[in-house]
Write a protein that binds this ligand. Structure first.
Ligand SMILES: Cc1cc2nc3c(=O)[nH]c(=O)nc-3n(C[C@H](O)[C@H](O)[C@H](O)COP(=O)(O)OP(=O)(O)OC[C@H]3O[C@@H](n4cnc5c(N)ncnc54)[C@H](O)[C@@H]3O)c2cc1C
Ligand code: SF4
Length: 481
């Protein structure tokens, strides 16, 4: 424990944002890092709790306390307080392959579970994590090449955080790793879903370069089950890990859904990320919010990203509807802590000018000339999702973005051609004991196994699956579980 009285002496201070009027004029990150001295002061607030809920309990259930990758948070808080940034970086990388990513986009269940959150002043764990990672990267990311090669080959399908973490762990264990990615670049939703203003893509590029130097081979435009037969991977590799995400979006099949101008979030967001990085557009008409009244349906992370992107594109207005009732502004700590609480969360994108409303159900879309959507017809619902009589209303909508989550992985292509067993939610069935699917030597990890989740869970699953694959190939594994 760095400073015994730190939590009594110092108030919580976290990273700030560029003002709204400046940040909406560009696509870059706008979070302002804490100066080194402030980071160390904030780390001094850590109490090195006897039971540090921040670092997780090892439970696998969603919503359980703390960090899903079990970052050793009190240890690196102490190291940062004492100015030993190198050891802090070594410690952090021992549990998390991409802490600069989680330091930017993780919702920080660690902070919700921090003992100091009991009075709403948790240690600024996420900002300290990001500072440790960014300082280490500024000194140059060095490849960690294995001392011995095992002669075993592993194919990984998908280069999102689960596939990348799995690939890095297996390459460091000495296996020959090939990653198959259907898109033109690596990163999955880190690259094509999460907008640049939340996380610039150089963070992914750097890690890909590090992994290439560690011996990982990336195959782009390689759509397994479509232009790369899944059976070919089974024939050519000693093990195959499926980390293809949960890409099937939840639809809104109400009258008028066929009108032009109604799109899934993941039709809209990747286009903008490609524009920012200068990547050629994928086939299909450009979807742009500029000069339009935009309605975003769905109140989660994906909806927030659609809001921030629409505002930066110059939307006339952005309205965000959520079918669930508004959650409480503050949670009842006595009931919720140290678990992840249900409460109203206002993202930086919401602050940029979106109107939000809750308990709103869309009943139909209507359009005009050319078959384009013009209006959204809605009704308020009660706590049992029943329409409230007389509460019907309508709103102008020239672009509608559906951000209501993802139901499961795409079944067409790879999953069907391998005839994989699915769980009752339609995800690839594999247990967290060994990550093995219904087919011999085929493993699954990340959103493809778990369903729609978070980056930090994907990293955890990639690491755990790597341990399982290593053990399967070698009879034992020194990779951490
Ligand atoms: C818009 C958006 C914003 C989000 N924001 C956040 C956030 O701020 N913080 C957070 O923690 N989480 C966020 N999430 C969730 C998070 O991004 C995912 O949980 C995480 O990326 C899942 O990782 P994954 O590796 O399992 O899958 P993905 O990231 O989905 O990667 C899967 C990869 O597999 C590839 N693939 C699929 N099938 C095949 C195939 N047959 N052949 C070859 N390649 C294939 C895909 O092209 C993709 O690159 C967000 C999600 C979305 C949609
Ligand atoms: S719960 Fe908070 S105060 Fe306690 S060890 Fe973790 S970060 Fe430090």
């Amino acid at each position: 424990m760095g400073k015994v009285t730190g939590f009594l002496e110092y108030e919580r201070e976290d990273r700030g944002y560029e003002p709204v009027e400046e940040r909406i004029r560009h696509w870059r990150e706008f979070v302002l890092p804490l100066p080194e001295a402030d980071c160390r002061t904030q780390a001094a607030r850590c109490m090195n709790c006897g039971v540090p809920y921040c670092q997780g309990t090892g439970s696998l259930a969603p919503g359980t306390p703390g960090c899903p990758v079990n970052n050793q948070i009190p240890d690196w808080n102490d190291l940062v307080y004492n100015g030993d940034w190198d050891e802090a970086a070594r410690n952090l990388h021992s549990t998390n392959n991409f802490p600069e990513v989680t330091g930017r986009v993780c919702p920080a269940p660690c902070e919700a579970s921090c003992t100091l959150n009991i009075d709403e002043n948790p240690v600024t764990i996420k900002s300290i994590e990001c500072a440790i990672a960014d300082r280490a990267i500024a000194q140059g990311l060095k490849p960690e090449r294995p001392a011995l090669r095992t002669g075993k080959n592993v194919a990984i399908v998908g280069s999102g955080p689960a596939g990348l973490a799995c690939a890095q762990q297996l390459a460091r264990a000495g296996h020959t790793v090939h990653v198959y990615e259907k898109w033109a670049k690596a990163g999955g939703l880190l690259r094509y879903g999460i907008p640049d203003f939340k996380m610039e893509k150089l963070h992914v590029d750097r890690r890909v370069a590090q992994m290439q130097a560690e011996g990982v081979t990336f195959h782009y435009g390689a759509h397994v089950g479509v232009n790369v037969p899944a059976q070919k991977l089974l024939a050519e590799y000693d093990a195959v890990v499926l980390a293809g995400g949960a890409e099937k979006p939840r639809d809104l099949p109400v009258p008028g859904r066929e009108l032009k101008g109604i799109h899934f979030a993941m039709e809209f967001l990747p286009q903008q990320n490609r524009r920012v990085s200068g990547e050629p557009a994928a086939p299909g008409e450009p979807i742009l919010a500029g000069g339009k009244h935009v309605v975003v349906i769905g109140g989660g992370d994906t909806g927030s990203d659609c809001i921030g992107t629409s505002i930066r594109q110059g939307a006339l207005s952005v309205t965000n509807f959520e079918i669930m009732p508004a959650p409480p502004l503050h949670e009842n700590k006595a009931l919720t802590w140290p678990n992840w609480p249900l409460k109203l969360r206002t993202s930086s994108s919401h602050e940029e000018g979106a109107e939000r409303d809750f308990a709103v159900m869309t009943t139909r879309f209507s359009g005009g000339a050319g078959g384009y959507v013009e209006r959204l017809h809605c009704v308020y619902v009660d706590d049992k999702m029943r329409p409230v009589p007389g509460s019907e209303f309508e709103i102008a909508a020239e672009l509608v973005l559906l951000a209501m989550g993802f139901v499961h992985p795409l079944h067409e292509g790879m999953i069907k051609s391998l005839d994989l067993a699915l769980d009752r939610r339609g995800n690839v069935s594999a247990s967290t004991d060994d990550y093995r699917t219904s087919i011999d030597k085929v493993f699954a990890a990340g959103d493809m196994r778990r369903g729609q989740s978070l980056v930090v869970w994907a990293i955890r699953e990639g690491r755990q699956a790597a341990h399982a694959v290593d053990e399967f190939l070698m009879g034992e594994s020194l990779l951490p579980r």
